[in-house]
Design a protein around this ligand. Structure first.
Ligand SMILES: C[S@@+](CC[C@H](N)C(=O)[O-])C[C@H]1O[C@@H](n2cnc3c(N)ncnc32)[C@H](O)[C@@H]1O
Length: 235
């Protein structure tokens, strides 16, 4: 299966403008034009992720953000103002409690956090999505739930969640749950692609296959400087 390689580029300020050309007026991505930019080193971490997500939301007009693996809510805090509503699920209780304080009203009014495992929580989030009044139910998923060692270097005994049921990474189960939703045109971003094929992670091929099982029209772009895979129904 083919993946197109993209990067945010040397001139991030021009990124959104350039992205606009890749979307059609109704917000659907237009792949016929493709998009390829030059690499910009160091544009990683939260700034890079939120830059990519903000750029994509502006041109796709997607209103909802669903994140798996809240961790410290860094990405969520940065991107949530771009969306009408945001849901995020975290299985590690300390992280969840910390994030609840960080994201609560009045700091943010459009975030709902869940404590739990993502495959079991996604159906709840998707049923809340169905209750929303907006007709366009497309979401931007940011799939980032996985075991990632200690929460903080100063507290080496506090670990991120390692699931007994789903192992290091629940990605395959998450994609299955997304596939049960009646909207088959969600934009799906997957972080830490370099980990695919390592213990407890599906391979890249398995991941692409499971997304194609949702909708054969999905195609894939890989943002090299952020290590993020973007799956979209690019018309
Ligand atoms: C890499 S961090 C997420 C970073 C965050 N998305 C960000 O960009 O700021 C991964 C998080 O996933 C959580 N996690 C691991 N397995 C999980 C599961 N099965 N369900 C939900 N969260 C999980 C970990 O506890 C950890 O906090």
């Amino acid at each position: 299966m083919d993946i197109e390689f993209i990067t945010i580029g040397d001139e991030p300020e021009g990124f959104q403008e350039r992205m606009k050309h890749h979307f059609m007026e109704d917000g659907r991505l237009d792949t016929k034009k493709g998009f390829t930019f030059l690499a910009r080193r160091g544009l990683n971490s939260v700034y890079g992720k939120s830059f990519l997500i903000s750029g994509l939301v502006e041109v796709s007009k997607i209103k909802f953000f669903i994140e798996t693996g809240t961790f410290l809510a860094e990405t969520l805090m940065a991107v949530s103002p771009n969306f009408t509503y945001n849901w995020s699920v975290e299985a590690q209780e300390d992280c969840f409690k910390n994030c609840q304080v960080r994201t609560q009203n009045p700091i943010r009014k459009n975030i709902k956090l869940f404590l739990g495992e993502s495959p079991e929580t996604l159906p709840i989030i998707l049923s809340e999505l169905n209750e929303r009044p907006e007709a366009d139910k497309r979401c931007m998923f940011f799939l980032d739930a996985h075991f990632s060692g200690t929460v903080d270097a100063s507290a080496s005994d506090t670990k991120t969640h390692l699931s007994e049921q789903h192992g290091n990474c629940p990605l395959t189960q998450e994609i299955k749950e997304i596939g049960k939703h009646e909207e088959k045109n969600h934009l799906i971003l997957i972080d830490d692609v370099r980990m695919m094929g390592t213990e407890g992670w599906p391979t890249i091929e398995e991941t692409l296959e499971s997304i194609k099982d949702i909708n054969q029209d999905y195609s894939f772009k890989y943002c090299t400087d952020l290590d993020i895979l973007i799956a979209g129904v690019f018309k």
